[in-house]
Design a protein around this ligand. Structure first.
Ligand code: LLP
Length: 416
């Protein structure tokens, strides 16, 4: 459940009319709801009950400082994939001691920075990475806490671009190599083996693959214990899907409870989760204004002021996100529209074949845009990225100013 709903004919974000927010901050505009973010975070956190646990929100989903700050205030941990994301967490008031660092290509200077900040754990994806972390930690006279990301080889049955737990993916250490890689990690002098992690994919709508992966991991945890390698945490990654259209993914509460149940009797094994989308997606919308209505030979086009550079998911994954009017009392004729942006690409669309009644000047909203929306935005076509605001009850806070044209060539130079 989220806090974007109609009151009468007008769409509200919590207690503020979206039309009023757009009038003040212009469009295209990302609008986030604090209450929704908090609700989703608590759904995970509360469902894990008394089992020792830490929710490490996946920063890549939405890394706005305001968003991170809301979660940091709840005591959230964070899953990061770069030094930049760690810097954001710290700037937002997050605790580096609750940060796990994922990703296949960590650079030496990123490892150094993370060690300086005292992160909770490196989620290691390969042997060469183990050696690199060992070397950097040695130079600093530190011991690096590490977890190995195990590829459990389960089919997450999601879009191939966001499926990560299969043998054919670049991620993690194959199950068959796990024991010898743990042995190596255990022997390297500047590493402390503390955990095991996995992440099998994103936008999963079924609990089955999560539970399969967890069972495989728990088997491995027990095997390692017999060899004298005791782990103190298990990180099941992120990946729980959300409802964009007709999907009916399990509720975070249901998902977390299923995982916690498998962990019963293992209270010495702290449970870590890395949800991104399930916390942020439906806590955000993208507001856009209709510029023109164009009658093509075969199609009607609603040309809006947001484009693929602002929200890439429809173009990149053919992802479907709901598009709804801000004011549903409009009397324009209802037609089937392709909702497209001004970018010079045929692939620049926010939605296809949508039944809408729109006129130029009307405001539309792309729903479920709080995750992988702004974070994947670019300046393609030299378009300034949108502003971002956070609604909190009846207050609206600007959490990122709209870019201005000078920002577009920051750091660029003419020839002497
Ligand atoms: N942990 C790791 C190691 C990850 O790679 C990811 C996402 C997450 C956690 C968070 O997954 P979530 O709970 O958000 O599903 N841009 C794509 C999604 C890419 C996800 C990449 N990894 C999209 O817009 O659908």
């Amino acid at each position: 459940m989220d806090h974007f709903a109609y009151r009468g004919e007008q769409l509200f974000a919590e207690d503020v009319a979206v039309a009023d927010i757009a009038a003040q901050y212009q469009t295209p505009l990302y609008v986030y709801s604090r209450a929704t973010l908090e609700r989703h975070w608590h759904a995970f956190n509360d469902a894990l009950g008394n089992h020792p646990h830490l929710i490490c929100y996946a920063v890549k989903a939405n890394s706005n400082i305001g968003v991170l700050n809301v979660l940091a205030r709840l005591g959230s941990g964070f899953d990061i994939v770069s030094a930049g994301e760690l810097a954001r967490v710290i700037e937002a008031g997050g605790d580096p001691g609750k940060v796990v660092f994922s990703g296949v290509g960590k650079k030496a200077d990123e490892i150094r920075y993370a060690l300086e900040q005292g992160i909770l754990c490196f989620n290691v994806e390969s042997e060469p990475e183990l050696h690199r972390i060992n070397e950097v930690a040695g130079q600093m006279g530190k011991i690096a806490p590490i977890s190995l990301r195990i590829n459990p080889d389960v089919d997450a049955k999601t879009h191939p671009y966001i499926s990560t737990g299969l043998k054919a993916n670049k991620f993690g250490i194959p199950r068959e190599r796990a024991i010898e890689t743990y042995r190596l990690a255990h022997e390297l002098p500047n590493l402390k083996v503390t955990g095991m992690d996995c992440h099998i994919g994103s936008q999963l709508t079924d609990i089955g693959p999560f539970v399969d992966a967890l069972e495989r991991l728990l088997g491995l945890v027990d095997e390692l214990a017999e060899l004298g390698i005791e782990l103190s945490h298990l990180d099941v990654g992120g990946g729980l899907g959300v409802t964009y259209n007709q999907e009916s993914p399990p509720h975070p509460r249901e998902y977390a409870a299923a995982i916690a149940q498998k962990m019963a009797g293992r209270e010495n094994l702290k449970l870590i989760m890395e949800p991104g989308r399930a916390i942020a997606a439906n806590a955000g919308i993208l507001v856009t204004e209709v510029e023109f209505v164009k009658e093509g030979e075969e199609k009607h086009f609603a040309i809006v002021d947001a484009a693929m550079n602002d929200l890439l998911r429809p173009s990149l994954y053919a992802a479907w996100q709901a598009i709804i009017p801000v004011d549903r009392s409009t009397t324009s004729q209802t037609r089937i529209y392709d909702v497209v942006g001004p970018v010079c690409e045929t692939g620049d669309f926010l939605g296809k074949d949508r039944e809408l009644s729109v006129s130029p000047g009307d405001l539309l909203v792309v729903r479920s845009a709080g995750a992988y929306g702004f974070t994947m935005a670019s300046n393609y076509n030299s378009r300034c990225r949108p502003a971002e605001v956070m609604v909190d009850g009846d207050n609206v806070h600007l959490v990122r100013a709209r870019e201005i044209q000078k920002d577009l060539w920051k750091g660029e130079h003419k020839l002497p």
